[in-house]
Design a protein around this ligand. Structure first.
Ligand code: AMP
Length: 214
């Protein structure tokens, strides 16, 4: 089962992708998480990616595509994967499609989680991420057991640089310009499914599993 999560930043793609990965036993591949891990480790890729991420801009395709193609060719991806945050541009979608075609494969589902911009702006201001393990919370919707502290690893929770209000506005405009065209792209490929992302987290997940099957 090869799944793409679409939707604006903050629509809940990451949360739902993790739930899907658990239920269907496929790896969750988040390009944002891969870049953040590289930033934390201080790699060359991390240094380059950070320049773009801090502004809310997209990391160039030449730094992004090979990374994903390499990841999906690994053994744990034979039965499928959930892509979260990739593709984000039509050229990325085309390089994904070309890489899969070479092996006679194609994507099975593109799930678009729809959330209006106003809700996104409110949500992202309340989002907190763990400095240690990267787990995400929301001060109202998904609060940690102890304020400001990660349930999983006990590290401090912070507002990510790219969740700051000015950056969020920029990320939304980048989303509308460059990523939203993918909705039409996957609709034409007949694999697009839309889900109302304003619902409660479990209801969104139920809507997704109704699409993917038991
Ligand atoms: P995310 O955690 O998916 O919201 O990604 C955080 C940031 O990482 C984005 O705002 C981009 O700067 C960068 N990024 C993640 N995925 C991609 C991608 N597929 N193409 C380009 N930039 C990306």
């Amino acid at each position: 089962m090869k799944i793409i999560m679409l939707g604006a930043p903050g629509a809940g793609k990451g949360t739902q992708a993790k739930l899907i990965a658990d239920k269907y036993s496929v790896p969750h591949i988040s390009t944002g998480d891969i870049f953040r891990a590289n930033i934390k480790e201080g790699t060359e890729l991390g240094k380059k990616a950070k320049e773009y991420m801090d502004k809310g801009a997209l990391v160039p395709d030449e730094l992004t595509c090979d990374l994903v193609m390499d990841r999906i060719s690994q053994d744990d991806c034979v039965n499928g994967f959930v892509l979260d945050g990739f593709p984000r541009t039509i050229p990325q979608a085309e390089s994904l499609s070309a890489a899969l075609e070479k092996e006679g494969k194609s994507m099975d589902f593109a799930i678009d989680i729809e959330v209006p911009d106003e809700n996104i702006i409110n949500r992202m201001g309340g989002r907190r991420a763990c400095k240690g393990c990267g787990a995400t919370y929301h001060i109202v919707n998904i609060p940690p057991k102890k304020e400001g502290i990660c349930d999983r690893c006990g590290e401090e929770l912070v507002l990510r640089d790219d969740d700051k209000p000015e950056t969020v506005k920029n990320r939304l405009s980048v989303y509308h310009d460059q990523t939203q065209p993918l909705i039409d792209y996957y609709n034409k490929k007949n694999i697009l499914h839309e889900v109302d992302g304003t619902m409660e987290m479990n209801d969104v997940f139920n809507a997704i599993t109704a699409i993917l099957g038991a």
